[in-house]
Write a protein that binds this ligand. Structure first.
Ligand code: IMP
Length: 421
């Protein structure tokens, strides 16, 4: 039976997972998303156009069947907009399938996300304000509305109970309350439109794999944003690590094939939270401009810094990464000197072990190794041997330090500007 290849972000997201996902999806039958919601975003090129996808598995634009797994949280309004965008561009959306057990984001989740950030005052997380965290809270509190409930007869009752509860909270903080009838009438129409896409995704995926189909998993967010393994509380509310793959799809560990860990030749982060290799100087600004580091979903300028091999080693351990994908080698190669973090110095001792403990991270000083930059124009390089020796040395160092092979190198924004090793 064919194994399921999984694509994982190794740092704080925005590593350029879309490129490798597109490549793998073009050879796959089914592409699944297992965690997160429309806090994710990546741009896919199809039929000569660029599409910013937030929820629909981007593999669908590469002719694969796209499955939104049970671990995802779905904003129906956003999903319908994405479906419309694809339909208007002649893309077959019948290949979209939605798990009956995915949870639904409702207006009170978005209102709650914004209100909770307000209440946090100086301890803001910097969420995407898409209602992701509050929706997962309801899932674990067991008052969430799953897709099967959303399109079923008990939606009205469940919605009523939830709105009453949330309104009491909004009232407490002097916020506007939701009108149940208005929300119900709007969302029952969304449910009607989306019902045809619903499937029993767990059995569907197992049956298709048993029938010889190739499946890939499109990771969203990344390791250091993981609710368990990330820099808590500055994390997202799901498990974007490999553990989320099983919990969010119903597939099991024996079915996992390659685990691609995606990174940039530097690093970036959006939102709050510790970031050991962050550059708060003109080099950080230069990387942001050279790498166009502004959010796909929120357009926020990203914090930028050097590549952190301590964190990368942690991501490899937590996810069982088998292959590295290094993007933006062309971008970092525009700098004269490049630094890479090989250890954290804390209380006079240097360690190569990452800890997501925020208090410890605040005290960590990065220990750097320096490399020569000025790689020259890499835009047309398609073979590793054709890269300048300086670039080869940088990449080989990453591979030797981590003990993991590098399988793909990005040398430009275009899908074709990739070196396969
Ligand atoms: P939430 O996922 O909207 O709750 O946001 C929690 C944290 O995760 C914030 O710092 C967000 O900026 C960050 N985050 C969520 N999704 C992504 C992503 O796809 N890329 C990068 N950061 C993300």
């Amino acid at each position: 039976m064919k194994k399921v290849d999984v694509v994982i972000g190794t740092f704080f997201g925005d590593e350029g997972k879309g490129k490798i996902i597109d490549f793998l999806a073009s050879k796959a039958d089914i592409s699944i998303r297992c965690t997160g919601g429309n806090n994710a975003g990546h741009t896919v090129e199809a039929m000569g156009k660029k599409f910013a996808m937030h929820l629909i598995p981007s593999g669908l634009l590469n002719n694969a069947i796209g499955v939104i797994g049970n671990g995802v949280v779905i904003d129906p309004r956003v999903l319908l907009e994405e479906i419309k965008l694809l339909k208007d561009n002649g893309i077959d959306t019948n290949k979209l399938k939605i798990s009956d057990h995915a949870h639904v984001i409702l207006p009170y989740h978005i209102m709650m996300d914004k209100l909770l950030e307000e209440i946090r005052k100086s301890n803001k997380i910097g969420t995407t304000a898409r209602g992701i965290g509050p929706c997962y809270c309801d899932k674990y509190e067991r008052c969430g509305i799953r897709f099967v409930d959303f399109v079923g007869d008990n939606f009205k009752e469940l919605l009523k109970i939830n709105i009453e509860k949330k309104n009491a909270f909004f009232e407490l903080y002097g916020k506007e309350k939701l009108n149940f009838e208005e929300v119900y009438n709007e969302y029952k129409e969304y449910a009607r439109l989306l019902k045809p896409y619903m499937i029993d995704s767990v059995n569907y995926l197992h049956n298709e794999i048993e029938n010889g189909k190739k499946v890939i998993c499109e990771g969203a967010q990344a390791t250091l944003l993981d609710i368990d393994f990330g820099t808590y509380p500055y994390v997202t509310s799901s498990n974007p690590t490999v553990s989320g793959f099983c919990a969010g799809s119903g597939l099991n560990v024996h079915q996992i094939g390659k685990v691609y860990g995606v990174l940039k030749a530097y690093s970036s982060r959006v939102g709050e939270g510790p970031y050991v290799t962050e550059l708060l100087d003109e080099t950080g600004d230069l990387i942001r401009e050279l790498g166009h580091e502004y959010g796909t979903t929120t357009k926020r300028p990203r914090r930028c810094g050097w590549l952190d091999l301590v964190a990368l080693k942690y991501a490899i351990r937590v996810n069982g990464i088998t292959d590295l994908v290094i993007n933006h080698v062309d971008t970092i190669g525009k700098l004269e000197k490049i630094k890479v973090c090989t250890g954290y110095k804390v209380n006079g001792k240097v360690s190569g072990d990452y800890t997501p403990n925020v208090e410890v991270l605040k005290k960590c000083e990065p220990v750097y190794e320096e490399f020569d930059g000025n790689f020259g124009d890499l835009s047309k390089v398609r073979k590793f041997e054709d890269l300048p020796v300086k670039a080869q040395k940088y990449i080989n160092f990453i591979s030797t330090y981590t003990g993991v092979r590098v399988s793909y190198i990005g040398v430009g924004p275009d899908r074709k500007q990739t070196i396969k090793l």
